[in-house]
Design a protein around this ligand. Structure first.
Ligand code: 6LA
Length: 182
């Protein structure tokens, strides 16, 4: 699928295109399951891929129970998005990330603002939680999320696919590859 004319693509087609690029891998069965939620750990992986970030291994910046463990598959992605300044976790003092919680709409907005360097508008009129009001407004104004959503609710995979597709198109980052071209 060409990435040129995004308006013509269904969410499923966008998912398929992102899957080919290794940005989404599908739920446990490889399918899109657009109605399901996504964990913050999974989302960190998606954002790592969308931004073409390098995974950060051997570093454990958060204090969540079980986080500091080489078997924690998500830590390299969480560390990558943290080092890039697009995610910072839920508590800076206690250093808590909450990787198993589901990603909410306002968390998605917060990440989009940082990843796409969106400007926070001066006129803010939305029902997001205080810390997210500016980011939610910026994402609404950019056409990335609807003003009618429940911003505290979980973002379903459909919304995350749409947002990831738009972000990928805007950033247009070449995929990280270990292959050597000759
Ligand atoms: C530390 C802080 O103020 N976190 C905010 C907000 O920035 C966080 O955004 C993301 C996307 C994240 O960076 O991990 O999700 C969690 C949010 O937590 C918020 O504080 C409750």
């Amino acid at each position: 699928v060409a990435f040129g004319d995004t308006a013509k693509l269904s969410t499923q087609e966008k998912f398929d295109a992102l899957k080919v690029k290794g940005i989404f891998s599908g739920d446990t069965d490889g399918l899109a399951h657009l109605e399901r939620d996504m964990t913050r750990a999974e989302f960190a992986k998606v954002i790592t891929k969308v931004m073409g970030l390098k995974e950060v291994t051997g570093v454990y910046s958060y204090n969540d129970t079980g986080y500091n463990n080489p078997k924690n598959w998500a830590a390299p992605y969480i560390e990558a998005v943290s080092a890039a300044g697009v995610m910072q976790g839920k508590d800076l003092t206690k250093k808590l990330f909450d990787q198993k919680a589901n990603v909410t709409v306002q968390e998605l907005a917060e990440v989009l603002v940082k990843a796409l360097k969106l400007e926070i508008p001066t006129k803010i009129d939305n029902t997001a939680t205080e810390w997210a009001k500016g980011s939610v407004q910026a994402a609404i104004n950019a056409g990335l999320i609807s003003k009618d959503l429940n911003f505290q609710a979980n973002a379903n995979r459909s919304l995350l696919v749409e947002a990831a597709f738009a972000a990928e198109a805007a950033l247009n980052v070449p995929p990280v590859t270990t292959a050597t071209k000759v």
